[in-house]
Design a binder for this molecule. Structure first.
Ligand SMILES: C[S@@+](CC[C@H](N)C(=O)[O-])C[C@H]1O[C@@H](n2cnc3c(N)ncnc32)[C@H](O)[C@@H]1O
Length: 208
């Protein structure tokens, strides 16, 4: 369907490759690389890492690829094309993270930076369950979650139509635990995006 949330998000990010890179670079107090470092510290060199919504691959995919074998997935073909030039060592694929068909226990780590807020929240429990199943026992998950009680919002974002959806922090936490993941860090961090304060919930969790 042309106007389902996935299509809106894919089209939006296709149009935003350079704009998003410039914009994300200007965010103040962004904890993304701090949480990436905590996640990376739990993994051995050469670990298999799946990155959901990898975008154009910088800075996160590039950093992860310095130590790990990274598979990056993004619904936007234009973002993946840019990532192929910026992070040639990563395996990159165009796909909707809700539709991925991956083998159980095939990754040591799964990272999802600033992507889950684009997934319809009614699909979040299924997606988190799949993420847990893709992890080997003892594998690690790091993600940012939106915190607004928002079933689905479509509107202008960075000059393109965009879709967002999220639960409040307590529900995000419940869903991660229900997926079979043990939370070891859970922080609300407010960053300044274009001068506006925006809060995300950052979770680091382990599959037992
Ligand atoms: C805010 S950007 C974050 C990019 C990168 N992770 C970062 O930290 O800069 C969100 C990315 O997730 C992708 N995305 C959103 N929904 C997706 C979905 N359902 N499946 C795959 N990728 C998705 C978008 O195309 C976009 O590249």
């Amino acid at each position: 369907m042309a106007d389902d949330p996935g299509a809106i998000v894919g089209r939006g990010y296709d149009a935003l490759v350079e704009r998003y890179l410039e914009w994300t670079d200007q965010t103040d107090n962004d904890p993304r690389m701090r949480f990436l470092a905590r996640f990376a510290a739990e993994l051995a060199d050469g670990a298999e890492v799946l990155e959901l919504g990898c975008g154009a691959g910088v800075p996160a995919t590039a950093r992860l690829s310095q130590r790990f074998r990274v598979t990056g997935v993004d619904v936007s073909a234009a973002q993946i094309e840019r990532a192929r030039s910026l992070v040639p060592s990563a395996t990159l694929m165009v796909a909707d993270i809700g539709e991925l068909d991956l083998a159980d226990g095939s990754f040591d780590g799964v990272a999802a930076f600033y992507v889950l807020g684009h997934v319809q929240r009614k699909r979040l429990d299924t997606l988190l369950g799949r993420i847990a199943s893709w992890l080997r026992p003892g594998g690690w998950f790091v993600a940012s979650f939106g915190v607004a009680d928002e079933d689905g919002w479509t509107g202008d974002w960075l000059g393109v139509p965009m879709f967002f959806s999220s639960f409040p922090p307590a529900r995000n936490r419940e869903l991660v635990v229900a997926a079979g993941l043990a939370i070891v860090a859970d922080e609300l961090v407010t960053a300044a995006e274009d001068g506006s304060a925006v809060t995300f919930q950052w979770i680091l969790a382990c599959r037992s």
